[in-house]
Structure formats: C-alpha cells, structure tokens
Write a protein that binds this ligand. Structure first.
Ligand code: SAM
Length: 286
C-alpha cells in the first residue's frame, strides 16, 4: 500500500528534488512521488516521505541521496527517437564536417538514459563511415552521460531484450549492429564492439558546472530541458554553449525549444527538423 504524503512533506520534497537534480515536480504530483519512492521507503524501513527527508538532511549526499534522485528520474527512451535528428546527423551534419575536412568529431549525448541514444548515434556513424571510408580518419568519440548511475550501468552493459529492441530498431540494424546472447531472463541482444567501442559513459549532473568535460562538435540534449525551470534552462544552455566547439550543433527533443531562453544559438531548419548552431561568444565592449 502506498503512503499518504502530507502537504508540508510534499513541498519539502519538491525543494529537495529541484535542488538535487533540477527536476520540477509541479503541483499535485503526490501520487507520482508516492509510487516512485514506494520501494525505496520499503527497503530502507522508512515509514514516510517525511522520515526520508529527515534522513536525507542528516546524511547529506550519499547513497540514499543518489537512490532518491534516481527513483525520481524518468528514463523513457527508445532507438532512433523521432528519427529526424538521426537523419539530420547522417544527411547534413556529418557530410558538412567532412566537407570542412574535420579529422575527428566529438559527440556528447547528455542525459542518455539506458543508452539507446548514444548507440543510435554510433550506428549512424558506423553506416556513414562504411559509405565514406576515408572520412574522419581519427574517428568519432561519443560521451554518454546521465545523472542516474543505475541507467548508466544498463547502458554500459549494452544488452537489450526483444521488447526494448522493438521500440525503434529495425531488423536490418539489429542484425548488423547487435549479436544474440543468452541471459538469465532468456534471449537478448548485445551491442557489437564496433558500435560500443566509440562510446564512453560517465555520471554527470547537468545542473552542476561542467568542469573538465571537454569540447564537442555535436551535442544531443534531448527530452531533459522539459523537466527544468526557465532559469535553469538559461544557465544550462549557456554552459552547453561553452562546451561546444565554434559552429557546433545542439539537438534538442521534439517538444523542446530555446526560444526566449537563450541567444547563444541560431536555429537551423533541415527537412522536418530543427537544430541549433552555436554562435561565436559575444565580445563585451569595455
Ligand atoms: C526522458 S530521458 C531522455 C533520454 C534520451 N535523451 C532521449 O531523448 O530518449 C531523461 C534522462 O535525463 C536524466 N536526468 C534527469 N535529471 C538530470 C540531470 N540533472 N542531469 C543529468 N541527467 C538528468 C534522467 O536520469 C533520464 O535518464
């Protein structure tokens, strides 16, 4: 049975979650909080969300803190989500960098959930490079990050069941880029090394300053800004701009936009899709 949450505990939990992850809970999501935290409370022997908050205050950042944030993340994802970004990558972005004689490219999949996004990018790169064998001689590296250690473990493992694969991966791509494996729960498919090897996974909380992350040419930051406040979006977009090479591309989710939030980018239309290109940093007059 799920526990009731008092109004005061709900408010405190809203504040905790926004401070920890940027995720805005909104009003009347008591049921969501109760259902997402149910198992954690059971496992930790905590009678209520109020008791969880007391322990979080006492213990600070640690295992319970991470598990609480983790339980509240929405990790919905699929292969080649919305398809258009991946077509843009293949038809517009990669050819343009190759025409500009780029020797290597760095891609970042921020908020990568269980890995379908970075692996879909890697599959497109693999297809592109097999059609253009002399392109990008120093290769393409993909950094895949998320706040949740749990989803990153799954992503790193790179093993998916048939139901997960059916969500967006064509049988042709499955045959080419995955190999069958037997797991404890039955038949599954594993990402092949040529797709896996260019992807590195790392835990990164996007609300914290991006220190030592490097510079990227292409940044997928999809279906995460929707959870954040306008102020946080503004700060994050400015940091993402700082992590892009000059003229680097930013690709957002289908329902996300930077309109009225950031002037660091210019919008580029390609087919039925939109992407954003980093503008040069502004020079402030003395
Ligand atoms: C809805 S999924 C999007 C996955 C993928 N980008 C896509 O579009 O299919 C959102 C992901 O954002 C992650 N997330 C939530 N808050 C975050 C934060 N502050 N920093 C980094 N990742 C975060 C969640 O753990 C979750 O895996």
């Amino acid at each position: 049975m799920q526990r009731q949450i008092s109004e005061a505990d709900y408010r405190d939990f809203q504040r905790f979650l926004e401070e920890a992850s940027g995720i805005l809970l909104g009003e009347n999501r008591h049921y969501l909080v109760a259902s997402r935290l149910h198992r954690l409370l059971e496992e930790c022997g905590l009678p209520s969300v109020g008791d969880l908050l007391v322990r979080l205050r006492r213990e600070g950042r640690g295992e319970l803190y991470n598990r609480t944030v983790d339980a509240m993340t929405t990790n919905e994802t699929l292969w080649f989500r919305d398809i258009h970004p991946y077509e843009m990558l293949k038809d517009v972005i990669l050819p343009e960098f190759v025409r500009g004689e780029a020797r290597r490219l760095a891609v970042w999949s921020a908020a990568c959930a269980t890995g379908q996004e970075p692996y879909s990018i890697s599959m497109v790169v693999e297809e592109f490079l097999s059609n253009h064998p002399r392109a990008l001689p120093n290769g393409v590296s993909i950094l895949a990050t998320d706040i949740s250690g749990r989803v990153l473990d799954e992503a790193r493992r790179g093993v998916y069941d048939a139901v997960t694969l059916a969500r967006g991966l064509s049988p042709e791509r499955r045959e080419r880029f995955m190999r069958p494996v037997t797991t404890k729960t039955g038949q599954a498919w594993e990402i092949r090394p040529e797709v896996r090897s260019r992807v590195t996974f790392r835990e990164i909380n996007l609300i914290q300053p991006l220190i030592g992350i490097g510079r990227f040419d292409i940044l997928f930051c999809r279906n995460i800004l929707i959870y954040f406040s306008s102020d946080l979006k503004r700060t994050l977009l400015s940091r993402l701009h700082g992590a892009l090479n000059p003229k680097g591309y930013l690709i957002l989710g289908a329902s996300e936009s930077i309109a009225g939030v950031s002037d660091h980018f210019t919008m580029v239309h390609a087919g039925r899709s939109v992407m954003y290109r980093a503008l040069p940093p502004r020079i402030t007059p003395r």
